[in-house]
Design a protein around this ligand. Structure first.
Ligand code: ATP
Ligand code: MG
Length: 569
């Protein structure tokens, strides 16, 4: 049994000023995290217990699926990243540093290189395969916009697993084994989620699913078909070309659009609907080359699809300075006409007429733009994000609905991208040497805790899904000055603990109102209240978090009732 007077759980009445999402606000207010620097947190005892709950479920399911736990270093020699090619490719999210001998190191954001290096040294023959190795470890990614508390930190805890198989069919089977393990993990966490098709990002790899916890505050958008259930990240879901907007052709015309940069602003200013705009975005590849990407004004470009169109090279949006250098105009005024650059064009713009684009000059746009006449030298591809109402590419009958999601996990089939680059080979039964087939599988442990809160809270605080709750029950004597109440509460808490429930006792000398507020804020599944009126009848009150109704239960039955409500831990 843990006493609140002993616990470091500094609860706060007011919301922290910098917290934009519920989980961030509540984790801080419930005394579970404190910021140390941007995106870097202390995880306090209550918060850590929730983290450990997730870890335990993850371990049990990974072990059950045949994976083995190991621990790799957090600080990684730069040479390994140079070998894979990611030292250059990864960008500024990679925290690079030098040791006292001026040698390059980085703080691991993910561990494909380290594990591949281990396996290439220790695995020789097909007899040493397959292997699936995982760790639970602190990662560092120097995110551009760390925010939302544990949802997008710079330092965070991840479970990362890597599989090694002799052939592609085996590796694909393992992908499914991990997919199923992830499904069980997030079900056991008590979360509502979808597994969706996704893009590979900087990890690379041809087949991948994200596990997305459904929540309004999610940073990802996903679409799912209302008929066949196919679901994908909007970045990934194949989007059909749409019919061209109805617009007359005409001569090219230059118009002044002073300080109007966004499609919305120019559209309102000119009285032309957004679907007649050609939006021009400048991307940069990892090598620094620039490409222009065109999508319709009411569409969003998909970085994942741009990356795929460029053969898998990692891309990012160019910064303002680069855009100005390349287009000759400030951001907001780029356009494809006369632009001397590789141009990728979304297929919905094929043959568009009467369109509006930036003029590559400050405060000017072009009207009457015709794709075939004015920017014919482009490569067409599907480059836009899918959205609600789009036809399903899978069953071709349903249409997409859209939801927000928090990516809590991702599984990748990698093939031989790393084993080939780093020489992780094995001797087959036929005596021939081949690169090992790989997969990798991540879960954001700390992000899962935040996602659980995003999905399970109310106006008063957290409503933990029981499997993740830091403690199963909170026992509250309404007045610790009253010896009978205090001693009864102690006894009930002890009995709950003996019944296998992790129990917290609010032994603070506080007013009942304060205690109840904190109880709701911390959000443990069950509250047991020991008050004078109940005690006269030999009863305590048992209330489930998230329900209004409290039941009066005889003292002797209290622990059993709490155990039934909390469930097996
Ligand atoms: P995101 O797209 O959200 O930046 P990612 O796709 O780059 O994440 P992965 O490389 O797939 O992340 O990492 C595996 C898991 O680690 C993710 O599914 C996510 O749950 C978690 N994760 C990644 N970045 C962060 C972060 N900055 N803070 C907390 N968890 C993170
Ligand atoms: Mg991911």
């Amino acid at each position: 049994m843990m006493r609140l007077t002993r616990l470091l759980a500094p609860t706060l009445r007011d919301d922290p000023a910098d917290a934009e999402v519920v989980s961030h606000r509540l984790l801080v207010r419930a005394g579970m995290i404190r910021q140390v620097a941007r995106g870097i947190y202390d995880i306090l005892p209550l918060g850590l217990r929730a983290v450990r709950r997730v870890e335990r479920i993850v371990r049990e399911e990974m072990d059950r699926a045949g994976a083995q736990e190991l621990l790799m270093p957090a600080v990684i020699p730069g040479e390994l990243w140079q070998e894979s090619g990611r030292w250059e490719q990864y960008g500024r999210e990679l925290l690079r540093m030098k040791d006292r001998y001026e040698r390059d190191f980085c703080f691991g954001p993910t561990h494909e290189e380290v594990i591949t290096d281990l396996v290439r040294r220790e695995v020789r023959s097909y007899r040493d395969l397959p292997k699936n190795l995982y760790q639970i470890q602190v990662k560092f990614r120097d995110e551009v916009r760390p925010r939302f508390g544990l949802m997008r930190g710079r330092e965070f805890i991840m479970k990362d697993a890597y599989s090694f198989h002799a052939d592609a069919a085996d590796a694909q089977r393992e992908y499914q084994v991990m997919f199923d393990a992830y499904t069980r993990i997030f079900e056991r966490c008590g979360l509502t989620f979808r597994a969706v098709e996704a893009g590979g990002g900087t990890i690379g790899g041809s087949q991948t699913h994200e596990f997305q916890v459904l929540a309004e505050s999610g940073e990802d958008a996903i679409v799912s078909c209302d008929r066949c259930g196919y679901a994908a990240n909007v970045e990934k879901a194949a989007a059909r070309p749409l019919p061209l907007p109805d617009a007359p052709g005409g001569a090219l015309e230059r118009v002044a659009t002073p300080a109007k940069r966004t499609v919305e602003e120019v559209s309102a200013f000119l009285g032309v609907p957004a679907d007649r705009f050609v939006k021009t975005l400048i991307y940069q590849t990892s090598g620094g080359a620039a490409v222009a990407v065109l999508v319709r004004g009411d569409h969003e470009a998909s970085g994942t699809k741009v990356q795929a169109a460029l053969g898998g090279d990692v891309v990012r949006l160019a910064d303002e300075e680069t855009v100005t250098r390349i287009t000759g105009a400030p951001v907001g005024f780029a356009g494809p006409v006369g632009l001397d650059l590789t141009i990728l064009c979304d297929q919905s713009l094929h043959g568009i007429r009467g369109a509006v684009t930036g003029a590559n000059r400050a405060d000017e746009h072009l009207l009457g733009v015709e794709q075939a006449r004015d920017f014919p030298a482009v490569r067409f591809a599907d480059l836009r994000q899918a959205r609600a109402g789009d036809a399903c590419p899978r069953c071709e009958q349903g249409s997409f609905g859209e939801h927000r999601g928090i990516e809590v996990g991702q599984v990748f089939y990698l093939g031989t991208r790393y084993s080939e680059a780093m020489g992780a080979r094995f001797l087959g039964a036929d005596g021939r040497e081949r690169p090992i087939e790989m997969g990798c599988y991540g879960i954001g442990v700390t992000r899962t805790v935040a996602a659980a809160i995003e999905q399970h809270h109310d106006g008063a605080g957290i409503v933990w899904p029981a499997p993740l709750a830091p403690y199963g029950a909170l026992v509250v004597p309404v007045n610790v000055g009253d010896a009978a109440l205090r001693e009864t509460a102690e006894r009930v808490a002890g009995e709950c603990e003996a019944a296998g429930i992790d129990t917290l006792l609010d032994d603070r000398d506080e007013r009942p109102g304060v205690k109840f507020k904190d109880a709701d804020l911390i959000g443990l599944p069950v509250r047991v209240t020991v008050g004078p009126r109940g005690l006269q009848k030999g009863c305590v009150e048992i209330k489930r978090r998230g329900e209004q109704h409290a039941a009066e239960v005889p003292l002797a039955e209290a622990a059993a009732r709490v155990a039934a409500l909390v469930g097996p831990r």
